[in-house]
Design a protein around this ligand. Structure first.
Ligand code: SAH
Ligand code: SF4
Length: 387
């Protein structure tokens, strides 16, 4: 039994003048309605007010209430009194020789997280993070050597898109190919399906037609294989699915993707077969990191196509990206091509992912360095924030 609390030890929380105002970014339309009702907005105006503010925040990228000129002065003042619109702070922005941009962002509590923008000839992809660090420990992944610090909130996830749009000057452009950020991949730090609710809420904001307006088919969520959550990605987000497959036997996958010990290959592939709307136009991407002498033999390629038989799929071969102290080597180019040929001959597209932003450690699996620095002061941050 715990000791009784003596009255003089109890501190009553007091609302301080300096207390942070709630941030509107990341709230759903319903949550915004409640927030606006709480500050006295008449019931019959709520829907319109939410639409107006939503448009300013997510179509125009506004961060100041006084720029929202179609709102009455009084309402603007009331909004400014109670709320704020803030993004995480950009700590650094690095631009690679190939045009890739890596943003290091500081979020509440002093934690740091990375997002990467990858321009290509016919599209631009923003790779966003869902957690700081990762609970999983895939030994070839730099993020995996970093303990989980915490999940990102929906606001922190969607803010990565807002910040990249600010930086690229992309507010107000119509949806589609012409946009610099035409696609989103949840392939940054962390396991998105260990933070499914916040990832879903953030993606619902990104897909909203009166806001950022990204089609669900332009959003790809990559999972290491959190089987019980996979269906939810399909039903609640409706996004495209990528699986970090990486091995063709349970013995090897147990080592490379340790979540396999909990949900093995057979279970994972069943979840893929059950994925909603699976079809030739909505295929699953199987990601396969090419590790020299570990998972890159002809026999592996043949086992791979046998395992996924019947699943509309494409195989994305990822040449291993090394990081300081990494225990693997990248497969030779001829080996990667031979592997790709076998997969291709079996009828699956097998693009080889060109490493992007390697000079700034922005390529797949390299995101970490900033967060390690942060981890060293995790204790201090915990003391400061009470988290
Ligand atoms: N946690 C999720 C999302 C991260 S996606 C997942 O694992 O799917 C990042 C992709 O890059 C994953 O397929 C991951 O396995 C892969 N990856 C990780 N480290 C890598 C490295 N060093 N080189 C190449 N790909 C890597
Ligand atoms: Fe986590 Fe994905 Fe890296 Fe594995 S590959 S450690 S699941 S981020």
């Amino acid at each position: 039994m715990s000791a009784p609390i003596t009255p003089d030890l109890v501190t009553v929380p007091r609302k301080l003048e300096t207390e942070v105002k709630p941030n509107l970014i990341g709230l759903s339309r319903n949550a915004l309605k409640t927030a606006f009702a709480d500050i006295g907005t008449p019931e019959k105006q709520l829907k319109m007010r939410v639409n107006q503010v939503w448009g300013w925040m997510y179509q125009k990228g506004a961060t100041q209430f006084d720029t929202m000129t179609n709102l009455s002065k009084d309402f603007r003042a009331s909004l400014a009194e109670h709320f704020q619109i803030i993004r995480p702070e950009i700590v650094t922005r690095q631009i690679s020789d190939d045009g890739t941009r890596k943003y290091l962002l500081r979020i509440a509590g002093g934690h740091e997280v990375e997002a990467v923008y990858i321009p290509e000839a016919n599209r631009g992809t923003l790779c966003i993070s869902s957690q700081i660090g990762c609970t999983l420990t895939c030994p070839f992944c730099h993020t995996g050597t970093q303990k989980l610090v915490r999940n990102l909130s929906a606001g922190e996830i969607v803010s990565q898109i807002l910040i990249a749009r600010d930086d690229l000057g992309e507010w107000g452009k119509p949806a589609g190919d012409k946009r610099l950020i035409s696609n989103i991949v949840l392939m940054g730090m962390g396991e998105p399906l260990y933070n499914t609710d916040n990832v879903r809420d953030a993606m619902l904001i990104a897909m909203d037609n009166e806001g950022i307006s990204l089609s669900r088919r332009r959003i790809t969520l990559s999972t290491s294989g959190v089987v019980p959550e996979i269906i939810r990605a399909g039903t609640e987000i409706g996004c495209m699915l990528a699986i970090s497959f990486h091995a063709t036997t349970d013995a090897v996958r147990d080592k490379l993707v340790p979540i396999n010990r909990k949900h093995n290959i057979a279970e994972l592939l069943q979840a893929c077969r059950d994925y909603p709307r699976l079809s030739n136009s909505e295929r699953i991407t199987f990601e396969y990191v090419m590790l020299k002498g570990v998972n890159d033999s002809d026999a592996d390629a043949r086992r791979l196509v046998k395992l996924i038989a019947g699943i509309p799929a494409k195989i994305n071969l990822i040449p291993f990206n090394p990081w300081p102290g990494s225990p693997y080597e990248r497969s030779d180019w001829e080996r990667i091509e031979a592997f790709a040929d076998i997969v291709n001959d079996a009828g699956y597209a097998s693009p080889i992912r060109t490493p992007r932003g390697e000079d700034i450690m922005a390529a797949c699996g390299q995101l970490k360095s900033a967060t390690e620095r942060q981890r060293k002061s995790a204790k201090k941050i915990a003391q400061e924030t009470g988290m």
